[in-house]
Design a protein around this ligand. Sequence first.
Ligand code: N01
Length: 541
Amino acid sequence: MTTLQKKDANQLVTYDAVIVGAGFAGLYMLNRLREAGLSTLVYEAGDGVGGVWYWNRYPGARCDSESIYYNYTFSEELYQEWTWSSRYPGQPEILQYLNFVADKFDLRRDIQFETRVVSAHYDETQTKWCIQTDDGASVWATYFISAVGCLSAANVPKLKGIESFQGEWYHTGNWPHEKVEFTGKRVGVIGTGSSGIQSIPVIAEEAAHLMVFQRTPQYSSPARNHDLDEEYVQSAKQRFQEIKQAMRESAIGFPIKRSEQSALEVTEEERQQAYESAWQKGGLIFTSTFQDLMVNGEANDTLCEFIRTKIKETVQDEKIAEMLLPSYYFATKRPVLDTHYFETFNRDNVTLVNVRKEPIIEITPKGLRTEEAEYELDILVFATGYDAMTGPLLKMDIRGKNGLSLKEKWAEGARVKTYLGITTAGFPNMFMITGPESPSVLSNMPVSIEQHVEWIADCIQYLRDHGKDCIEPKSDAEEAWSKHCWDVADSTLFTKAESWYTGANIKEKPVGFPIYLGGVGNYRQICTDIAAKGYEGFTLQ
Ligand code: N01
């Protein structure tokens, strides 16, 4: 559905702003900049809007933020017009929502679909970005804005022999638009993160046999999804302003109050009651049950043990239950919500393989070989995650002043460096929506996206009002922000696990912690204060 004519390579058009990506972030950024009167173009690789919700069509794909909070809040009219059907929105419904938004605000006419940005180079003499796309065309833009998301660079492990596989294989983040037929098939799923755990119970229902190749067992708890009743929906709509404000001022973008008690200062019975109540309610609420779960290993262990007991109670075969017991600190890898995940291992047509104990050696024409056996498969599903946060940005060849590439800049130290997670020194007039070192993936994404979009739009307005051509963070401000970001993370348990949060899931990637954990509300205040001080820490020219 390409609505814009692709530009001829010799016909260089100049835009005020070019945005990469037409998901939650790109759509709202476009709307804001258009309202401000900027000529704006969005490039989108897919043939429709939706971002991650366009690509992630795997069976069982569903968001585990509750639907009444997984919305834009910039338009009350939009909030009132749209009605979700279930507690957690399924992928098809989120995609419908984003299409509804695109139609309501007439966004498609400024989006060029089926076009991937391959490079963006800053030209110091023109103080503009030259952006090149995979159709060989180039355009100029004053502002280059990434809305590529944090989880859009799929990680397909480089396994020997993949090209020889005679069956079909898919990555969950690049799933076909047509239904994949599992009936009567021998299916293998590699990976037990959110995508694996959502898809495994659904595939098991259909497949003749399902092999689950697990490297690290996960703490997963019941989502307890259900249809929403009319009264609940109406009550949320009536409380729009209250919900909006509470999300914006909260710790992680949800209007949830965290307990002020330590898990270690209550009795064993009180602690079990708190965990049982959270387990029965469902949702990502465990870390709110006590204030010290993410900073105190002993406190965290009490929750880990609670969930391990639940797994043992659910899985009938003791040996399989044992294989499914996680041992890292809860939530230091992204906690998972499921619908009948552990119950799935009670089925006769499901086999669990521990690939930590018997590592995968290669993919063969017939299936997959570990150090102990060859497993014959018709379909192989890679639920193996993403090169997160920096991966989507570094897929593009982004070069700032003096030809410095972003890849080189972020490879030079052990850690990524940004100022506020929105900008990075040496790359003037480049903005990253939910970039590394912002709250991003450890917050409710639409809330964080709106905050960044509004901050960026206000910043551009400020530059225009003050006759400035460009903005760039100072190196010392960036150093201080990156250090602060790391110090906050390192005072928690989050840095103690090997996870995609730290980059440990990608072999050649420097390990760090490019997520700001200081809280969504606090972070918003920091960004607002910096803007109010005339963009403190930035050079404006
Ligand atoms: O990816 P993951 P995901 N051999 O990285 C394993 C969001 N999301 O797509 O833990 C064998 O979490 C890997 O093992 P290990 C959400 O933020 C949200 O599931 O590295 N195994 C792990 O088990 C989520 O966290 C929703 O040892 C290999 C799995 O693959 C994020 O996206 C739904 C391997 C990858 O898990 C990513 O989730 C879906 C190898 N070579 C996603 N390489 C909802 O809102 C990797 N693994 C519900």
